[in-house]
Write a protein that binds this ligand. Structure first.
Ligand SMILES: NC(=O)c1ccc[n+]([C@@H]2O[C@H](COP(=O)([O-])OP(=O)(O)OC[C@H]3O[C@@H](n4cnc5c(N)ncnc54)[C@H](OP(=O)(O)O)[C@@H]3O)[C@@H](O)[C@H]2O)c1
Length: 231
């Protein structure tokens, strides 16, 4: 039977390409982001297999909206890719409390809140894939300006280990992929002119395949997905 995957941050970059990969693997995908026009374009790629939800995942009622959508279409969750991300690039001493709150709201609190509220919508043998970053991987090279971003991703990684333990009674696996540089809008905004070794299509293929198959072999793992060593 076709698997149903939920993915946040599907309007561009890695999330967009992961969605296309999953559709080509016969999955049904619910693609979530705030940009309605971009989600409409994505839906046109495979209207029979892609549902779109225009949502800000930091809104308090976003879980209810997803739950209503699942009920309306009689869908349950085989995979949940927490991919939506925000990157604030600012020196630590200039960051405001509001910067930290915004950073943590998207990258950490939303995955926490959505996972918790949708727990009864997951199927047995489902897989949560948290999209972390090499910046949030212990011992990796750190970059100035990314303290809030990297901290949010480091916390997401540790959360993954905790979820693997506590959600095992629901038959849910959880893993965190700590990505290295991928040529997307986020990377280009943070590091203008950067030339990343991986493009979003390639990373989308990896993330999609890992979501479908990685939970069979791994649980509670924080995995560096990077061509360089140690970063
Ligand atoms: N690119 C890299 O080099 C790299 C490296 C390591 C980790 N990552 C991680 O990989 C993930 C994808 O990154 P990317 O490079 O593809 O980024 P991107 O091109 O900036 O895309 C980010 C996605 O997140 C969505 N989003 C942001 N805030 C949202 C919110 N409040 N509610 C709903 N959706 C929201 C955006 O859609 P809307 O604006 O339409 O809402 C967009 O679809 C992120 O978690 C990022 O931290 C990326």
């Amino acid at each position: 039977m076709s698997k149903h995957i939920l993915i946040t941050g599907a309007s561009r970059g890695i999330g967009l390409e992961t969605t296309k990969f999953l559709v080509n693997k016969d999955c049904t995908v619910t693609a979530i982001a705030r940009s309605e026009d971009k989600l409409d374009q994505l839906r046109a790629y495979a209207p029979e297999q892609i549902f779109t939800l225009v949502l800000d995942i930091t809104d308090a009622d976003s879980a209810d909206a997803i739950q209503n959508h699942l009920e309306d279409h009689q869908l349950s969750i085989d995979g949940f890719i927490h991919n939506a991300g925000l990157l604030i690039n600012k020196p630590f001493l200039e960051q405001t409390n509001n910067d930290w709150e915004k950073q943590l709201a998207v990258n950490l609190m939303a995955p926490i809140m959505l996972t918790k509220k949708l727990i009864h919508n997951f199927n047995k043998d489902s897989h949560i894939v948290n999209i972390g970053s090499m910046g949030g991987f212990q011992g990796s090279e750190k970059f100035p300006g990314l303290s809030a971003y990297s901290t949010s991703k480091g916390a997401l990684a540790i959360l993954t280990e905790c979820l693997a333990l506590e959600l095992s009674e629901y038959g849910i696996k959880a893993n965190c992929l700590c990505l290295g540089a991928v040529q997307t809008e986020m990377l280009e905004t943070a590091f203008p002119g950067i030339d990343a070794p991986v493009n979003p299509v390639e990373m989308g293929r990896f993330v999609g395949d890992f979501t479908l198959n990685g939970g069979t072999f791994m649980n509670g793992k924080i995995l560096p997905v990077s061509l360089h060593n140690p970063e």
